[in-house]
Design a protein around this ligand. Structure first.
Ligand code: SF4
Length: 317
């Protein structure tokens, strides 16, 4: 499989950003551009489900609202907060505390930062703004550094995590190779828009293109370009076998209904070729398969089937 990014990158970008801006999950850390808050949410999310992170995040910030408050805390208090909220490895709490100290003491960032922190440190510390400098913070690897640079400073590179890989593999056939993923992700991201772009593509992987994809239900904005959507092959690096039959069957039901909504009526083969590229009348995904799908839709009262002049014609009911 080789990557085939659409020529019209702008259309792909605009479609995703519009979809994200129209509706997305509201997390408290999406409502801030404070690097400290974003770092806390990122470190917490590394091992913990987002729904649980929300509560811990709010409690953490009640207790240590600014980076200087965290730096001034006893390390033991931070660690017991961490284990008390079941946030995973306690080392992450130690590193986060250490990172806060580094910021407040002005130990990270551009080389010309005044030693000892200067005025900014006295005012509560200043975070570096680019991914390389952010990696100097204790416990902050390339992924977290890039997330903070993107969401706090709109200054990151394209994020590549498992969700993003799944999306790129399915949509544009990007092979399962880290360098290929990084190149495709960077190519797609609009210049200087890492904040909205990384949020949007991760949202796509989280709510539409999950292990069992919800292309139609989630109104995925990339359906018209998506390789998986057109072939029905929804495997991905983290989904080695085809997601549940019901999952992919739902996709095709949605697609039939949408196409019939755009046409008064369609005959079986025309419809088949339009809903999947591997349709062959007598093949595994051919007439027999499509008749069964249409019968289900008819039984659900959505579609009407008629035999006319040796053709099977379907229309919406
Ligand atoms: S159409 Fe489906 S498989 Fe393709 S990117 Fe969208 S959600 Fe993923």
């Amino acid at each position: 499989m080789s990557a085939h990014l659409p020529d019209d990158r702008d259309a792909v970008r605009e479609a995703l950003i519009a979809w994200y801006e129209d509706d997305h999950r509201e997390f408290p850390w999406r409502r801030t551009d404070d690097p400290y808050r974003i770092l806390v949410s990122e470190v917490m999310s590394q091992q913990t489900q987002l729904s649980r992170v929300e509560e811990a995040y709010a409690d953490f910030l009640d207790r240590w609202p600014e980076v200087a408050d965290l730096a001034a805390a006893e390390r033991g208090e931070v660690v017991s907060f961490w284990s008390g909220h079941s946030l995973g490895y306690n080392n992450r709490a130690k590193y986060l505390h250490e990172a806060a100290t580094q910021v407040v003491e002005g130990e990270v960032g551009p080389a010309d930062r005044p030693p000892g922190g200067g005025e900014t440190a006295e005012a509560g510390g200043e975070f570096p703004t680019d991914p390389d400098d952010l990696q100097e913070l204790m416990g902050v690897g390339p992924y977290t550094a890039n997330a903070v640079a993107s969401f706090a400073f709109n200054n990151g590179d394209a994020v590549v995590d498992t969700n993003v890989k799944r999306v790129l593999h399915r949509a544009f056939g990007v092979p399962d190779d880290d360098a290929e993923f990084a190149e495709a992700a960077a190519d797609l991201m609009p210049d200087g828009e890492s904040r909205v772009w990384n949020n949007a593509i991760m949202e796509l992987g989280g709510v539409a293109c999950g292990k069992t994809p919800r292309c139609d239900e989630a109104g995925c904005p990339w359906r018209e370009w998506c390789h998986a959507y057109q072939t029905g092959d929804f495997t991905a690096p983290d989904v080695p076998t085809q997601p549940s039959f019901e999952g992919s069957r739902r996709q095709f039901r949605g697609r039939v209904v949408r196409l019939l909504g755009e046409h008064d009526e369609m005959d079986l083969d025309t419809l088949g070729h339009r809903i999947r590229v591997d349709y062959t009348p007598h093949g595994e995904h051919g007439r027999e398969w499509l008749r069964e799908l249409l019968s289900d839709l008819a039984a659900d009262g959505l579609v009407q089937i008629e035999e006319r002049n040796d053709l099977t014609i379907a229309r919406l009911r």
